[in-house]
Write a protein that binds this ligand. Structure first.
Ligand SMILES: O=C(O)C(=O)C[C@]1(C(=O)O)C=C[C@@H](O)C=C1
Length: 316
């Protein structure tokens, strides 16, 4: 048998981001063909353009919620991309500085906005006068501080312990996190192709538009899931952008499109929503199977369909 070609990965870089840690957790080895990207959009564009096979990007954080740039870039282009996997990584930060910097010298702290949101309380308590300078990632802040020192325009980075070490920074505080159990969920994205097989513990990601100015349109959309026993694990609204009051809905549901109840919900959505974008069915990171309500197993749908076929054929 010929060797399988090695998948080329890209991820939100530079080296040392939590996204790189997620990539390594996903492939389960340090040996991976990977190239960091400057930001989420560039990582996803590298896959669209064929420069990489797979991109790992942050999707959702347990404290700060959805990563808008990921949701919008995945859903927003005419050339579709699909999610083929997910990874959940615990996140806690270190306060990293150029060696010799004292705690009382720290006025400006650079990090990714999602990281800042997870450490705001700690900063208010420990460094009350410090302010935030946004960076494209936690490791980008660390790398810039290591490269430019005082010329970077900030005094410290909130980043992973790995980045502080990789960029030769000194750690002034570790375990920085307002919520010690915070986790970030990352998704693995590819160009469309054969779907990952259903495992019995999967998720499906969708982006849906509702009909304009229709009372109850959101309820009608949600009913498509409820009546088929499909649980949603995330739903967020995002502005469509062309006028006020128009929103799309980004959501994850428990199940795989290969399952009857999920397929039936998608058929329902297709009938009642002007746009439904399928963004992938893929195994859950925690391998937790959904609770199945009575009457929602594949066999129940098959039996019900056969019954209707009998009726149509006159076998009453
Ligand atoms: O900047 C990083 O290190 C990232 O991997 C991005 C990111 C995010 O977008 O949420 C990932 C995990 C943390 O929640 C903070 C930042």
């Amino acid at each position: 048998m010929p060797d399988q070609p090695v998948a080329r990965y890209t991820y939100l870089g530079p080296e040392g981001t939590f996204t790189e840690a997620a990539l390594r957790a996903f492939v389960g080895t340090e040996q991976v063909d990977s190239e960091p990207a400057a930001d989420v959009v560039s990582a996803l564009e590298a896959v669209r353009g064929g420069h990489a096979d797979l991109a790992v990007v942050p999707m959702e954080n347990s404290v700060e919620g959805g990563v808008n740039v990921t949701m919008d870039t995945l859903a927003g282009s005419r050339e579709p991309l699909v999610i083929v996997g997910e990874v959940v990584v615990p996140v806690s930060f270190v306060l990293a500085v150029v060696p010799g910097t004292r705690r009382e010298d720290v006025r400006w702290i650079s990090t990714h906005p999602h990281a800042w949101a997870q450490c705001r309380g700690w900063v208010a308590r420990e460094l009350a006068d410090a302010a935030h300078m946004p960076a494209t990632s936690t490791a980008a802040a660390a790398a810039l501080l290591a490269e430019r020192g005082r010329e970077a325009g900030f005094d410290a980075a909130l980043c992973s312990a790995l980045s502080a070490q990789r960029y030769g920074l000194e750690t002034l505080a570790e375990g920085v996190a307002d919520n010690p159990h915070a986790v970030t969920r990352f998704v693995v994205v590819s160009r469309p192709g054969p779907l990952p097989e259903a495992t019995g513990a999967d998720k499906t990601t969708l982006m849906v538009h509702l009909p304009d100015n229709e009372a109850g349109a959101l309820l009608t959309m949600l009913e498509q899931f409820a009546v088929r026993g499909v649980n949603l694990s995330r739903i967020e609204s995002r502005p469509i952008g062309d006028s006020l009051g128009r929103y799309s809905f980004s959501m994850d549901l428990e199940g795989h499109v290969a399952e009857e109840r999920v397929a039936a919900a998608l058929i329902g959505l297709h009938r009642v929503c002007p746009l439904v974008r399928f963004l992938g069915s893929y195994p859950r990171w925690d391998r937790r199977a959904p609770h199945m309500a009575p009457g929602t197993h594949d066999a129940d749908f098959v039996a019900a369909r056969e019954w209707v076929e009998d009726l149509r054929a006159g076998r009453v």
